[in-house]
Design a protein around this ligand. Structure first.
Ligand code: CUA
Length: 335
């Protein structure tokens, strides 16, 4: 029996549809574009609902008309029905109505594009997509961070988007639409988050084996909390305290970690290939939201980064268990 004829059986088709719906609704933790938390995402959601309503109405009308005609003109006798050719009114109707629908959709879309592009903004950040993490710079405040960042609510933020290696895509489902990040070409995305909270962002363009582990967190806070965070981020790294952490700091430099990672305030640690670690202990996650930021996970990451996230650019450095503990003690002090 052919697959096609199997699928046309109502119970099979219905079961498949139900399965798809259940799977789609099963992602409870995934941020939903239907629950926007920013003006821009709300605009996109509203437009999507209008388009769905228009398309849904067309679908229902066409299906109803089809079923009516199938029943009304079904074969009743062996005689051949009257043959008919062309009808100018019908031709005009099914040409003009679709054109009108497309014009309405075009006007709605252009109107929304105008709302979404280039609204006035007085805060700019630079976001660079890298395999496989995010670098976020605050040019006005002169610091960079990685994978987790703060913005004030009710403020329109303009993110200038770049890519350091391949094409990535900046996407925060509850905040706005996807925007490609293209090497050598700066795009931008503006967003105005209206509700305090922690929102997940992700890479929306396949960019290599760890594409799925290229995520970020955006914390939307009130203006006072935001200024406090900026002030804290501007500080140089805390000095290592305690024997173990000091040993870790020395090892950080001698093992070459500073060649890829910047720790502001630590001489010899100004590398730009990996995330800025000046305040790494203040982040909630590691490796672009792959692991929770705990001492155990940090040790695991330093020990075998290729086992946690195969293919990433962090090399495995030959260090003993004690040395890993010293590095962890040092990094956990970088609040
Ligand atoms: Cu970066 Cu996918």
């Amino acid at each position: 029996m052919r697959l096609g004829s199997r699928l046309t059986r109502p119970p099979v088709a219905l079961g498949l549809l139900l399965g798809i719906l259940l799977t789609a609704s099963g992602c409870e933790d995934a941020p939903s574009i239907l629950q926007p938390r920013a003006n821009e995402a709300a605009e996109i959601r509203n437009l999507a609902i209008i388009l769905l309503a228009i398309c849904g109405a067309i679908f229902l009308i066409v299906q109803a008309w089809l079923i009516y005609n199938i029943v009304r003109y079904r074969r009743r006798s062996a005689e051949e029905p009257v043959q008919d050719h062309g009808d100018i009114r019908m031709e005009l109707t099914w040409t003009v109505i679709p054109i009108l629908i497309v014009i309405v959709i075009f006007i709605l879309t252009v109107n929304y594009m105008d709302v979404l592009t280039n609204p006035p903004s007085n805060m700019e950040i630079d976001v660079t997509g890298r395999q496989w993490w995010w670098e976020i710079s605050y040019p006005a405040a002169d610091f960079s961070t990685a994978n987790e960042f703060y913005v004030p609510i009710d403020e329109t933020v303009r993110a200038r988007l770049e890519a350091a290696d391949v094409i990535h895509s900046f996407w925060m489902p509850q905040i706005g639409g996807k925007t490609d990040m293209i090497p050598g070409h700066t795009n931008q995305s503006t967003f105005t988050i209206t509700q305090e909270g922690e929102y997940l962002g992700e890479c929306g363009e396949f960019c290599g084996v760890q594409h799925a582990h290229m995520r970020f967190l955006i914390f939307a806070v009130d203006a006072a909390a935001f200024s406090q965070w900026v002030e804290q981020q501007q500080q140089p790294a805390a000095a290592a305290e305690g024997e173990q952490a000091q040993a870790g700091e020395a090892l950080f430099l001698s093992a070459g970690c500073g060649g890829c990672h910047t720790v502001r305030g630590l001489e010899g640690a100004a590398g730009l290939a990996g995330p800025d670690l000046t305040h790494v202990a203040g982040r909630t996650s590691l490796a672009a939201v792959t692991l929770d930021n705990t001492p155990e996970n940090l040790a695991r990451w330093i020990d075998k980064p290729q086992a946690v996230k195969p293919g990433n650019l962090m090399p495995e450095v030959a260090v003993s268990v004690d040395e890993i503990q010293a590095l962890v003690a040092y990094l956990e002090g970088l609040e």
